[in-house]
Design a protein around this ligand. Structure first.
Ligand SMILES: Nc1ncnc2c1ncn2[C@@H]1O[C@H](COP(=O)(O)OP(=O)(O)OP(=O)(O)O)[C@@H](O)[C@H]1O
Length: 307
């Protein structure tokens, strides 16, 4: 668990973060979101003391971060950033193994860990002996995430890790982050200025503006009850409905036991995807199947859009 308790950061006389109180439960995926200069990165970097806070208290699992030796604190937290920051003259394997090596893990354990992480991030095992410049931007980004996870930290801090990627690579990596979060149950704090990314990945969204926390809630809470006009504008007033559909799955609206004509839609697909499929087919209903292909029921267009 990470707690910000009335935390402020003053640079010279400018308050980059002002009186931030926020609890990030263990296992949460918390997105810090806001416009440029709203204090997202500063908030993130105060957690591992890359930036010291000016006042208030930050606790990790109940311990005041200022009371934890900085090296110990940072080893407990993986850190991945947009600019990746891989060492160019080190192989991918050595880059990933940087923290385990520092911790003095035996060679076999390090090698096994590197292999497991390449697999987790769906990177070809042959990449281990390549150098960063021989990889694409998206592949390097995956190595950056693998490196952050290497010593199995309790917490993963990510600062716009997919910011510089093309939409398709970004989409793939988002799906992988969601899977990694499900599989590892790590607490993830994630800075982004992309609301769709936050809605897709986060269990908890903190919206910042001018260093202040404007709203904290689940994606559904933020979408269905934006705290004020700033939040409404930030979400995008015009496609609120579509965004709501994108955070719900077909499984949540299926009519169990019913049948329908046509190719089945997967239960785990988003309602937004299902809507596109129904509209493209000109169909009122579609059958729904589980991941193993078992029929579950039918989805009705009427349940997604009003007539
Ligand atoms: N080292 C620093 N010295 C002085 N001011 C700083 C420093 N770092 C950040 N700031 C200021 O603090 C404010 C918050 O910066 P921060 O990087 O946290 O914003 P952000 O929300 O992450 O923005 P972006 O999305 O553009 O990265 C900004 O106004 C920035 O100019």
């Amino acid at each position: 668990m990470i707690e910000f308790d009335h935390v402020s950061k003053i640079f010279d006389s400018y308050a980059a973060v002002e009186d931030l109180t926020l609890t990030i439960p263990k296992g949460a995926f918390c997105a810090l979101i806001g416009s440029s200069g709203s204090g997202k990165s500063t908030s993130l970097k105060m957690i591992n003391r890359l930036i010291p806070h000016t006042s208030g208290t930050i606790r990790v699992n109940g311990e005041d971060v200022t009371q934890i030796p900085v090296e110990t604190l940072r080893r407990r937290m993986g850190y991945a950033i947009q600019s990746i920051g891989l060492f160019p003259h080190w192989t991918v394997a050595r880059n990933i193994a940087a923290v385990p090596a520092l911790l003095g893990w035996p060679k076999q354990k390090v090698d096994d860990r590197v292999r497991a992480l390449l697999d987790l991030l769906q990177l070809d095992p042959r990449f281990a002996e390549k150098y960063p410049h021989q990889l694409s931007g998206g592949q390097q980004q995956r190595v950056g995430v693998a490196r952050a996870l290497a010593a199995d930290p309790e917490v993963l801090l990510m600062d716009e890790p997919f910011g510089a990627l093309d939409p398709i690579t970004r989409d793939t990596l988002q799906a992988e982050m969601a899977r990694i979060h499900r599989e590892t149950g790590k607490t993830i704090v994630f800075v982004t200025h992309d609301m769709d990314e936050a809605l897709r990945l986060a269990s908890q969204i903190a919206i910042l503006d001018h260093g202040r926390l404007i709203q904290l809630g689940t994606p559904r809470e933020i979408l269905s009850a934006p705290a004020n006009d700033f939040v409404r504008d930030f979400i995008g007033r015009d496609d609120l409905g579509l965004k709501l559909l994108s955070i719900e799955t077909v499984a949540q609206r299926v009519h169990p036991g019913e049948t329908a004509e046509g190719a089945p839609i997967a239960a785990e697909a988003s309602l937004r995807t299902a809507l596109s499929i129904l509209v493209a087919r000109g169909a009122e209903r579609a059958p729904v199947t589980a991941a193993d292909g078992q029929p579950l029921g039918a989805l009705h267009l009427d349940d997604l859009v009003r007539k």
